[in-house]
Design a protein. Sequence first.
Length: 217
Amino acid sequence: MTGSFLYAVGDVLLLASKVNLDEYPKLKPFVKLLADAEKMVVLSPKRMMWGAMLGVFATPLVLAGYWQMYRGLTGANALLVLTTLLLFGCASVIGAFVHGTFYYLGEYVLALNKVDEPSQNVIVEMITRHGKVLIISYAPVMLMVVIASILFSVLVATQKTSFPIWMTAVNPLTLIIAWLLLKRILPQFIRDWTEGAGFNIALLVFFACTTFVLWKV
């Protein structure tokens, strides 16, 4: 749980901000390219640095959480249990890279706002390449999380694990969906201060549930 909590704090430090673009006219022509990253212009480099490092250094703790889940799945099909662990583990490792790159994205945004117009083209090209890297690396992360979440629920449904049957409905995928639905009714200030942290909030709840269940076994 500690790992996902620290990761969520890192997400908030990197992404939870608001900006009035009227105060940053140099960014206005690039709103489509930045795709909401323009709000990072109000963040200090130190805040972005800590936001990135918290997530990266919390990854071993997240992996420990998945190891606990793996132990709880013992008793079901060994190959599927191992596959579930490896998919979640690989997603966490690649996800740490994705998370860390947001620091550099923030630096690009700060630079884009400071340099003169001729120099902006160089930074725009860098941001464009950065976006491609994010897509290439983020897509397999989400795919692995989806597959691993489904496998987790299937394994729990066999009733050969240490998890009760109700845990079939509790996995990172279903909790992400639940968070997205819950966000719609939460007060605006909560939505603002948890911006970008949805996945790790879902993961925090997941690990809280697995810890609670396995603690009682």
